[in-house]
Each structure stands twice: as structure tokens, then as C-alpha cells.
Design a protein around this ligand. Structure first.
Ligand code: BTN
Length: 336
């Protein structure tokens, strides 16, 4: 990632459809006009297309289809966000990389983002299918000054905020399926994995991992995943501008974390839960490692536990579990 590229791209994004002169860019970046031209040539190799018109200058006509760190940073700076992002075209797992960077002493907060993972992981030690490009694999790293008990609803809170973005940004009815799935048209479109290091009474650090299927073609997925999973593009029938989208996810995630750690999220939590709860009044079966319980979903408590009423009208409070709808497995996890 190159700071000068970020400034050039940011200027081009600000001017949008209007042309911006090579002279202006050169002054802004502090290099020659030929230097600007050479940098635009290099950006072209990364998948950008620029219109160049004599006496007018340049404008972006097409952005890369794949994640591009400079473009994400240019979008972030449009929103005055200075959060640190560390991009890898390919990595074993963004959560694992986050742990390594924490161990190396990188200052928090920061975000690891990648186009591909060789060993993406999901809940309960499962694999997270992430070998092809077109999706977003991302880990947000924070250091909440909070007791571990306060963190219980964190993953749900982040998921609800991401639902809000997906509904607003793509106009897609993405919902949260307790405890860690985002679903679209009854299929899993994203998974969340929060991992933390805790001391006895204090969080040390927190890694929130998000795998979001954006532009990948789900027809190519392995048969054990394909029936229950989807991507945003597969549902809307066209590609999303993935870099703008990644920047928005970063901004929303960081803001949601700040609100959570300040402790003033409670009212919004229940409002968003009500709006985006995929299990509203549904009959479900919740399996834990030791039991299986069927009943109707009544709601959630402020610790993020699922409230279930069984056939005998007995109420249950569930902190963990795998949910399936009735006897069907339609909404079960797509991790393998
Ligand atoms: C699940 O549904 O089981 C959770 C899946 C979480 C996957 C994401 S992809 C980015 C981050 N890195 C990982 O290795 N896992 C999480």
C-alpha cells in the first residue's frame, strides 16, 4: 500500500465524474506530472481504468473487482477515518494474522483484511471456505477496557450493525441468525467469529472475524456448502463495488465497537434485534454439546442469550448453541 497512491485515488474519488488535471494531482502529491502518469499506469495494472483527456485530465472510469488496499484507504479517508488496515492478497486466516500482529506488539485498533484464506476458521473448530477471490475476510482488533462478562452480546451487536449496513447499502434483507450467522433468503451469507484473550477480570484483546460472501459465484462452491450458502452478488444478480463496501464495513464496525465499549448501545441493540432477528417467533431446535432443545424463540436478553419457550411453556435461557429451524437444517452453519 502506497500513501501517494492513496492521495491520488482520494482526489479522483472526491472529483467523481469530473476530470482532474495532472497538474493539480502533481502539486497535491508533490511529484511531477510524469510521476503521476507513471503511478496511474501502475494502478491500471491493479485493475483500475482511467479516462484521460487532453487539457482536462483524469477520472476513474472503473475500479478493480478485487480488494485493493489503496482504494479502501482512499474511501476511508473520504470519511475521515484513519483506522489502520493491513492488507494481504492471501493469508492463512485473518484471525490468526491478527493474533500474530498482536504478539508482535502492533498498536490497536487495527484491521487485517484479505481476499483469500487458506485456513479460514469458523466456530467450533470448523473450516471456513475461503479459497476464491471476490469476498471479504476481515478481522477487527480492539482492546476493550471491559470485564469479560460485559462482552457477551458483542458478536450479536456487531452482526446487527452489519445487517443495518447491508440493508441500507445493498437494499438486501440480510438478517442475523443467532448466534453468529448473517442470512439472506434463508441462506448463510456471512459468519462471525470473535476470539479474545482474557485476564481474570479484564479483556486483554479482542479479535472479531468476519467472512462475508460478496461477489463470489456460489455455483462453484463445494456441494456440502452450496445448498445452504449464498453471496450478495448471487442474490442481487450483479457485482457490488467491493472496495467501497469494505471501507463502509470498516467504518461501521469501528463505530459499533466504540458505542459498545462506551456502554451506550442497549437501546439500539434491542431496536436492531427486533428489526433483523431471523428467528422471530420461529420454532427452532437448539443443539449444544450436551443437549438439544426445541421451542419457540421469544427474544433475547441483554447478555445476548436466546430466550426459548418449549412445548410445555417452560422458558429457557440459552447462552450457546447451533440453531436449526423446526426439523429443517436450512439455516444451519455452512462451515464444514
Ligand atoms: C462461522 O460461521 O463459523 C464463523 C466464520 C468466521 C469466518 C471469518 S473469515 C475472517 C476471519 N478469519 C477466520 O479465520 N475466520 C473469520
Amino acid at each position: 500500500m502506497d500513501d501517494l497512491d492513496v492521495i491520488i485515488l482520494n482526489s479522483l474519488l472526491v472529483s467523481r465524474d469530473k476530470y482532474i488535471s495532472g497538474n493539480f494531482l502533481a502539486k497535491k502529491v508533490g511529484i511531477s506530472r510524469v510521476g503521476i502518469w507513471a503511478r496511474l499506469e501502475k494502478l491500471r495494472e491493479q485493475g483500475f481504468t482511467f479516462d484521460a483527456v487532453r487539457h482536462l485530465g483524469y477520472r476513474i472510469s472503473q475500479e478493480p473487482d478485487e480488494l485493493n488496499a489503496s482504494l479502501i484507504r482512499a474511501y476511508l479517508s473520504l470519511e475521515n477515518s484513519s483506522v489502520k488496515i493491513v492488507f494481504f492478497p492471501e493469508i492463512d486466516s485473518t484471525n490468526s494474522e491478527a493474533e500474530r500482529q498482536l504478539a508482535d506488539g502492533r498498536e490497536v485498533p487495527f484491521i487485517i483484511i484479505s481476499s483469500k484464506q487458506q485456513m479460514g476458521r469458523g466456530r467450533l473448530g470448523r473450516k471456513w471456505h475461503s479459497p476464491e477471490e471476490g469476498n471479504i475476510y476481515m478481522s477487527y482488533v480492539f482492546r476493550p477496557q471491559l470485564p469479560p462478562a460485559r462482552m457477551q452480546p458483542f458478536t450479536l451487536w456487531m452482526g446487527l450493525n452489519i445487517c443495518e449496513l447491508l440493508n441500507r447499502f445493498c437494499d438486501l434483507p440480510v438478517k442475523l441468525k443467532w448466534p453468529n450467522d448473517l442470512v439472506l433468503n434463508n441462506k448463510k451469507v456471512a459468519g462471525m467469529l470473535t476470539e479474545a484473550r482474557v485476564d481474570s477480570d479484564q479483556m486483554l484483546d479482542l479479535v472479531f472475524g468476519l467472512g462475508l460472501n460478496v461477489n463470489s459465484d456460489c455455483k462453484q462452491w463445494p456441494s456440502e456448502i452450496a445448498p445452504n450458502a449464498t453471496s450478495l452478488a448471487s442474490e442481487i444478480g450483479n457485482f457490488l463495488p467491493i472496495n467501497n463496501f469494505a471501507a463502509n464495513l470498516i467504518i461501521v464496525g469501528v463505530k459499533a465497537y466504540q458505542q459498545f465499549s462506551a456502554g451506550n448501545y442497549n437501546t439500539d441493540f434491542f431496536k436492531l434485534w427486533d428489526r433483523y432477528n431471523a428467528l422471530k417467533l420461529k420454532s427452532v431446535t437448539v443443539k449444544t454439546q450436551v443437549s438439544s432443545l426445541s421451542g419457540k424463540v421469544e427474544g433475547i436478553d441483554d447478555e445476548g442469550s436466546l430466550l426459548l419457550k418449549d412445548a410445555l411453556d417452560k422458558k429457557h435461557v440459552l447462552r450457546v448453541g447451533e440453531v436449526s429451524l423446526g426439523n429443517s437444517e436450512i439455516l444451519s452453519s455452512i462451515s464444514t
